[in-house]
Design a protein around this ligand. Sequence first.
Ligand code: QAP
Ligand code: CO
Length: 171
Amino acid sequence: MIRDIIVYPDNRLRKVSKDVLKFDTELHSLLDDMYETMIAKEGIGLAAIQIGIDKNILLINLADEEGRQNKEDLLEVINPKINRLEGSEIYQEGCLSIPGYYDDIKRAKQINVEYFDRFGKKIVRDLDGLLAIAMQHEMDHLKGHLFIEKLSYLKRKKFEKEWKKRLKAGK
Ligand code: QAP
Ligand code: CO
């Protein structure tokens, strides 16, 4: 089932998500709904809170060299923790909850993360490139944070002004 995406400045996006305790069929159907929603909205990453579920769950599905998203590449990430952050890198980010806005954001270049898959199996991985960026972006959602919070004061003011104008115009 495709769910609605919560859009900025909805306060639900500020909630801190909680750990998943049961790796059951209910979790599996939530993961399936998240995947369907992310693909339908043309996203490469989605956190559960973006559909109003305050659980530590996120998906990442990057495109391959041909620009296609393959389900075999899907990462289902439950209760993630970052063990190590290294280096830094700037990338132009976007977010399904802030449609149409993109800006350069600085994050760690390489990370070591641990998380659980849908069966409760523990995974430990080193990530770099877009995968590392996406993981940090999505993990921020689990703490109630959005990428626009990392903008400079002036850029944030400009964003807020443009966003208000857009909301007023009913878009
Ligand atoms: C997070 O972002 C991310 O504005 C995932 O109109 C960001 O899937 C991962 C999207 C940067 C890696 C790098 C954004 C779709 C999708 C929009 C997304 C829009 C339609 C964003
Ligand atoms: Co996002």
